[in-house]
Design a protein around this ligand. Structure first.
Ligand SMILES: [Zn+2]
Length: 472
């Protein structure tokens, strides 16, 4: 049996652009709205009577009262058939947590929503990654499918309503996405954030949530003026034009933050729109803004990303290469040995244990070491960078392993560009990392070289050691 609750209009109803909203219903989740304690009690009495007449029982224990705005001057009490209903500081409606009271910024109302959804996302993330204890390493492709099915729904839930005006709250959700993909890629907690996106092709959460919010606006514009959703949009637009801070104002702020080249049509145009065509191609604008953000992040941390900015994705047959800022790179699926693949990813994303990165980590036993003094632990003549370790260092062990790689590489790839010491080693390393035929043997070589370095204590020049430092 389906019972639809009809409530006659009252003075205390919410009015959105002329449409009276007495209460909200979503399946069995019902929210009664009123502008005063007296009006709310009247509505509760009507509600109780209506449901009683339809042979339904209301459980007062499961009901709560919340308020938005300043607290009432006196402490009202509310009853359902004589049973007092609790007044709470927060409540949940359709899975969204709302905080009650007065807040300086609207995003504070949703603070608990961000906390709850990030916790649920993290729980789902742990459940997915737990698979690794049963099957071994979870491949990136399958991991991404599971992410989109189990974790992403938690991270985007309600993003059309809760707009990300607070970066601090949004950071809780982004942290879940970031930690999941870092783990899939085998990257450490100190790895650069942008590598999470460049190596997987996954859309950064802030852009995904913004695009979904814009899609929601597009959906609202497709509804006639007689619908409640359209009335809510119109009310929001009217409030915005009056200098208030409604939903549409928050949406404009988020657009300005993440997609500055896109702007919403003027208020009058939105009010009179009969469909979403006036919004133009907002999806394309969001995509362009995302790529621009990826590019700016790659430049911001260029000391770690210089190889990422040069390497290219080979075509399926490996004959040509093209630059891509982010995608599901073929090297990840081509390299069968997981340890080798992860070493490859760590080297090109600057998450390796070589001195140029390791000596940037905080350490109580040494003062800050400038880039030019983060010297190779073997030759102590050059900075210990990936290109030095792989192509330049004259250490005997490293040279033997290097010769072995090139013999194998030239045999596999007869048309390969031959390495000479005069070449730009960064470009050549990026070339190797873009050459399909060498993915597996290059990954093994990187793994071996990083293991060789890992087994030797990092070199800290004398002048940077503290007197009590236990350096040997
Ligand atoms: Zn060296």
């Amino acid at each position: 049996m389906r019972v639809t609750y009809q409530m006659s209009s009252m003075q205390d109803d919410i009015v959105l652009a002329g449409a009276i909203i007495s209460h909200l219903e979503q399946a069995d989740d019902l929210l009664i709205l009123a502008l005063s304690p007296k009006g709310l009690q009247q509505k509760m009495d009507l509600f109780y009577t209506y449901y009683g007449n339809n042979f339904l029982i209301i459980n007062a224990i499961k009901l709560v009262i919340g308020y938005h705005g300043p607290p009432p001057l006196w402490n009202p009490k509310f009853y359902f058939n004589g049973v007092e209903v609790e007044i709470v500081d927060e409540y949940t409606y359709v899975g969204m947590g709302f905080r009650c009271g007065v807040f300086r910024v609207f995003s504070s109302v949703f603070q608990n929503y961000y906390t709850a959804k990030s916790k649920k996302g993290l729980t789902a993330s742990h459940a997915v990654l737990h698979i690794e204890s049963m099957i071994g390493t979870l491949p990136l492709l399958e991991g991404t499918i599971l992410y989109m099915g189990c974790i992403d729904p938690q991270l985007i839930y309600g993003c059309e309503v809760a707009l990300d005006t607070s970066e601090a709250l949004l950071a809780n959700l982004i942290a879940v996405q970031k930690s999941f993909f870092r783990r899939l890629l085998g990257l450490s907690k100190t790895a650069i954030v942008v590598a999470t996106y460049t190596e997987t092709g996954i859309i950064p959460l802030q852009f995904r949530r913004l695009e979904l919010a814009l899609r929601f606006l597009s959906y609202l514009l497709g509804h006639p003026a007689s619908t409640y959703v359209r009335a809510a949009l119109e009310e929001s637009l009217i409030l915005d034009s009056q200098g208030k801070k409604p939903w549409i104002g928050d949406l404009k702020n988020v657009i300005a933050k993440w997609c500055p080249d896109f702007s919403l049509p003027l208020t009058d145009a939105l009010l009179n729109a009969t469909d979403s065509t006036i919004m133009g191609n907002f999806k394309e604008c969001c995509e362009k803004a995302m790529h621009a953000w990826i590019d700016s992040e790659l430049t911001r941390v260029v000391s770690r990303t210089y190889i990422l900015k040069l390497r290219k994705e080979p075509s399926t047959n490996g004959t040509c290469m093209s630059y891509k800022d982010m995608c599901a790179w073929s090297y990840i699926s081509d390299i069968a040995n997981v340890k080798h693949q992860k070493a490859f990813t760590k080297l090109i994303t600057g998450d390796h244990p070589l001195a140029v990165v390791r000596l940037t980590w905080p350490d109580n036993h040494q003062t800050k070491i400038p880039h030019h003094d983060r010297l190779c632990c073997f030759c102590k003549t050059a900075v210990e960078t990936p290109e030095h370790a792989m192509l330049q260092c004259m250490d005997n062990t490293l040279q033997i392993r290097r010769d072995e790689f090139f013999r194998e590489f030239y045999a596999l790839h007869t048309n390969a560009i031959r390495f000479t010491p005069e070449m730009d080693c960064i470009y050549y390393l990026a070339y190797l990392a873009s050459t399909k035929v060498s993915f597996s043997i290059l990954a093994k070589w990187i793994f071996d070289d990083l293991t060789i370095y890992d087994n030797v204590t990092v070199f800290v020049p004398e002048q940077y050691r503290h007197s009590v430092a236990p350096w040997i």
